[in-house]
Write a protein that binds this ligand. Structure first.
Ligand code: SF4
Ligand code: SF4
Length: 114
């Protein structure tokens, strides 16, 4: 999850030195967060995003919305994780599928013989 600085930013610069990844830069007076460097403060000693924690405004710094495909893949990965975490999910699915398939084949064979 990445974060971004909005036009509500009052340029106090409190967030710049506290970012553990150095993702916040000031270029031509504009503060911005490099999405390639921002890791949402995950894997750091902090439990909350430091840019938001210290920002004196309500929404000078906010979570950046993900694009459509990022959301799509997140949902897909969650669904797959749920399925694959079930014990023997795929083995059961295959056993059930192959049993039904065999039954249908047998029905067709019987109808041809009759
Ligand atoms: S969420 Fe953390 S890593 Fe990302 S810009 Fe804010 S302080 Fe830096
Ligand atoms: S702490 Fe908030 S108001 Fe200050 S520079 Fe960062 S985003 Fe802007």
């Amino acid at each position: 999850m990445t974060y971004k600085i909005t036009n509500k930013c009052i340029a106090c610069d409190l967030c710049v030195p506290v970012c553990p990844t150095g993702a916040i830069t000031i270029i031509d007076g504009q503060r911005s967060i490099d999405s390639k460097l921002c890791n949402g403060c995950n894997d750091t000693i902090y439990t909350v995003p430091q840019c938001i924690a210290g920002c004196p405004t309500c929404d000078g710094c906010v979570k950046a919305n993900k694009d459509y495909w990022e959301c799509w893949f997140d949902t897909y990965k969650k669904c797959i994780a749920k399925l694959t975490n079930k014990d023997n999910y795929w083995e059961k699915w295959f056993a059930c599928y192959s049993q039904k398939y065999s039954q249908e084949l047998e029905k067709k064979r019987s109808s041809k013989v009759a």
